[in-house]
Design a protein around this ligand. Structure first.
Ligand code: GAP
Length: 531
């Protein structure tokens, strides 16, 4: 991750937001290459979801329309959706260092904690796997020396005399951590300690993740509004508007791409969990009797789409939720699954969520109908039936998708003169081609400039580079993930061909200079179903 993050900054993919002021946790800016990559991913999604969706389960065309809703909406939207009452994470604070933690992330953070690793080194492994026997003498010495630096909040560091009360028995890790962090000889509180300093954590408290703001000049409760925490609700409160203004019929979908905001307790892992991020969501409205068929359809279609972007293989999987993971709206319905990616920080589980596909029943339309008092029922002329449609929701993270694409593309090949390269799918690559005159004279720049202008017009962003050695120019393009480099050389002037170098293999072919634009365009467009 560290090398990827460094490359992303060096080459202008992602910058820390307001970096010259020290940055702000959970907010990121997309640089010149990053914004192209993000837009390409967004466009690939929009093309395959709205403009040209694959045929439905019965082979018939699928109807999906787009929306672009406000980030701030009527606050009652969020009452109806359940976000005001329930969109919260359990949060714990360390009484010593004052750091905040999501209660459900503490165990994971302890597993990665430096002081926990150091503490376990002071113990003998027990006979039972994953148990440890503390060596009291060493523990006390550590508490008075290295422990003061690594875990100043830990009870046995604050009071090394407590070590005397610790039994030299076999303990598993949670028990051992409880013992070394319990404030007195009697273990009254069985809460894990702070992963950063070893201090005492408070009871978990619910913390609502919505960002609040005020609309208008007066800052009182009446004027309170929220930045949307998901794009989904715009599709529900506009359901009737879409029905009344278009000719769509159930089954049909509404899509939206846009920013969402969550005041995450612990934004982390680069852009993976941010406080401002972008989502790409589809709400697909169906007759209840067809919900399962459409759920299965979208489950597969969404997985296949990510595969088509080059994420296929051992880094991508589809995982059905266990019963106890299901969201409130999905409890009594057909289920939820996630498309998961093996991010480098995914830890023991190995995979983390990239997109969720949920069967939301008719929970949201029911709620908005009840809270707004406006009838949202659909009249199905074919069935002669009036009902609130059920919903299948594939909800993907655009910015999280960018991170998956970056991770998948990042390659180190020590056999190359410049070992780091980004193997983006040509459709996603921020720069489609580099164009170079081999030398900046002898008529080569004129030919190269003409090809460059044509490529920009017909294919997309390209870069013209006439400086430095050809090897250095290739290396710069490899780091930017540019799939093709077109070089005009001495031979061009005699036989009107140019070389085209492939980023991944480094191999070169000669292509007629008047056909090279079409050659690159065909490969960038591809025909692989990603949109
Ligand atoms: N409407 C349903 C919904 O919003 P979600 O699982 O909370 O479901 C959908 O979010 C997707 O949005 C996630 O799979 C993830 O890719 C992305 N996402 C959610 N929270 C995020 C965050 N804090 N930072 C970046 N991406 C996030």
């Amino acid at each position: 991750m560290e090398r990827l993050v460094a490359l992303c900054k060096r080459r202008g993919f992602i910058f820390q937001c307001s970096e010259i002021y020290g940055g702000i946790n959970g907010f990121w800016d997309y640089g010149p290459l990053g914004v192209e990559l993000k837009n390409n991913l967004r466009d690939a999604w929009w093309d395959v979801m709205v403009r040209n969706p694959p045929p439905g389960p019965d082979g018939q065309p699928v109807d999906i329309v787009g929306l672009d809703c406000s980030i701030i909406s009527h606050p009652r939207v969020w009452e109806a959706s359940g976000h005001v009452g329930g969109f919260a994470d359990p949060m714990q604070t360390c009484r010593q260092c004052k750091k905040l933690f999501r209660a459900d992330h503490v165990a994971e953070s302890l597993a990665e904690s430096e002081w926990v690793a150091a503490l376990l080194e002071l113990c003998e492994p027990g006979a039972v796997p994953n148990t440890w026997i503390p060596r009291r003498g060493e523990l006390e010495r550590w508490a008075k020396t290295r422990g003061r630096k690594l875990a100043p909040g830990l009870a046995i560091v604050r009071e090394p005399g407590l070590v005397a009360g610790i039994a030299e028995d076999e303990h598993d890790a949670p028990a051992l951590l409880t013992i070394v962090s319990s404030p007195g000889p009697t273990i009254s509180e069985v809460r894990p300690p702070c992963p950063v300093c070893g201090g005492d954590l408070t009871e978990p408290r619910q913390f609502n993740l919505m960002f609040e703001t005020f609309v208008g000049a007066v800052r009182d409760d009446e004027a309170k509004a929220y930045l949307r925490p998901e794009t989904a609700q715009g599709m529900f409160y506009n359901f009737k508007n879409v029905l009344d203004s278009t000719r769509v019929k159930v089954p049909f979908g509404i899509c939206q791409v846009g920013r969402s905001f969550r005041n995450e307790v612990t934004p982390r892992n680069y852009i993976f969990r941010s406080r401002e991020f972008e989502q790409m969501e589809l709400e697909f409205f169906v007759h209840p009797s067809e919900a399962d068929t459409w759920y299965q359809y979208w489950r597969q279609a969404r997985y296949d789409w990510w595969c088509g972007l080059g994420l296929a293989g051992r880094n991508l999987r589809l995982r059905d939720h266990d019963q106890d993971e299901l969201a409130h709206y999905a409890k009594d319905s057909g289920g939820c699954c996630d498309v998961e990616y093996a991010f480098p920080f995914s830890g023991e589980k190995g995979f983390t969520e990239l997109e969720g596909i949920a069967y939301r029943s008719n929970y949201d339309l029911t709620q908005h109908q009840r809270v707004s008092g406006v009838k949202l029922e659909y009249f199905d002329a074919e069935r002669n039936e009036r009902y609130l449609p059920h919903v299948i929701e594939p909800a993907a993270g655009l910015t999280r998708g960018v991170l998956a694409v970056l991770c998948e593309a990042y390659t180190v090949d020590e056999t190359r003169p410049s070992p780091e390269l980004m193997r983006f799918h040509p459709r996603l690559a921020p720069v489609k081609a580099g164009v170079f005159p081999l030398v900046n004279k002898e008529g080569m720049p004129e030919v190269a400039e003409r090809i460059y202008q044509d490529l920009r017009r017909r294919v997309g962003p390209c870069q013209y580079d006439a400086k430095q050695s050809i090897g250095k120019r290739y290396a710069r393009m490899d780091e930017a993930g540019t799939p093709f480099c077109v070089t005009v050389d001495g031979q061009t002037l005699t036989d009107q061909t140019v070389t085209v170098r492939d980023r991944d293999t480094g191999s070169q072919v000669r292509v007629a200079s008047d056909q090279v634009v079409g050659w690159v365009a065909g490969r960038v467009r591809g025909d692989d179903g990603i949109g």
